[in-house]
Design a binder for this molecule. Structure first.
Ligand SMILES: N[C@@H](CCC(=O)N[C@@H](CS)C(=O)NCC(=O)O)C(=O)O
Length: 225
């Protein structure tokens, strides 16, 4: 059975999860694969114990075990899952369309998951009184000034399909994590109407239940079967 190593924790303000591991969890769910979660303490992401470094050289999550294989990096894992379990296919076949999926996926990873969201999301792992409000606002400002306008353009280009590159694809996986964070943070999206309705589309997918802040850790594993 596939084992996904991640960090998830219930708080009074919602169940919080690693954004990058959530990206992989939704792909396991979309493909209805049998898997179980190995839930690491959030402190391991800083302490990086040797058993973690043995499986991921940077001591990050996610990493995934598939039998004897140990795989790290959410993008690499998701592409592996798509090739190993091609139903449903989450990558188009046309070279230009594949390039667009990778480009959007990379933007979501590099700009949103690695830069803007941590400024907002990390403070939620502390009590409200201990959160750095200025840092959180900086994260929202990065979303407003750079990320959300670009997503609006991608959605305009994508047309009627409802997802970031048209049909649901690997490029939507990191944006599921944006949907998750903005469900807790609930910043105003009136200036980004396409993004607002897109995030609602993502939250309406069955796979979203596995990462929803409303789904407790104990109830979240294997929602697809
Ligand atoms: N490129 C990696 C990034 C993974 C990542 O940064 N994960 C965060 C949790 S969402 C983490 O483990 N942070 C600890 C660290 O950066 O040392 C991926 O896509 O898997």
């Amino acid at each position: 059975m596939i084992v996904l190593y991640t960090t998830e924790r219930d708080y009074p303000w919602g169940t919080l999860r690693s954004t990058h591991a959530s990206k992989t969890k939704v792909i396991l769910e979309e493909k209805a694969l049998a898997y179980r979660i190995e839930n690491l303490p959030p402190g391991n992401l800083w302490k990086k114990p040797p058993e973690m470094l043995a499986k991921h050289p940077l001591g990050k999550v996610p990493y995934l075990e598939d039998g004897d294989l140990v795989i790290f990096d959410s993008t690499v894992i998701n592409e592996y899952l798509d090739e190993r379990h091609p139903s449903p296919r989450l990558m188009p076949t046309d070279p230009v369309a594949r390039m667009r999926v990778r480009e959007a996926e990379n933007f979501a990873d590099e700009a949103i998951l690695a830069a803007s969201l941590p400024l907002i999301w990390m403070p939620y792992w502390s009590d409200p009184a201990k959160r750095n409000a200025e840092q959180m606002e900086k994260g929202r400002e990065l979303l407003r000034s750079r990320d959300l306008p670009f997503l609006e353009r991608l959605l305009e280009r994508a047309g009627a399909g409802g997802f970031i590159c048209g049909e649901f694809s690997l490029a939507d996986a990191p944006l599921m994590a944006l949907a998750m964070v903005l469900e807790v943070d609930a910043m105003n999206l009136d200036a980004y109407p396409r993004v607002a309705s897109y995030l609602q589309n993502l939250r309406a997918r069955k796979s979203y239940r596995a990462i929803s802040p409303r789904t407790k850790v104990a109830d979240a594993a294997q929602t697809s079967r």
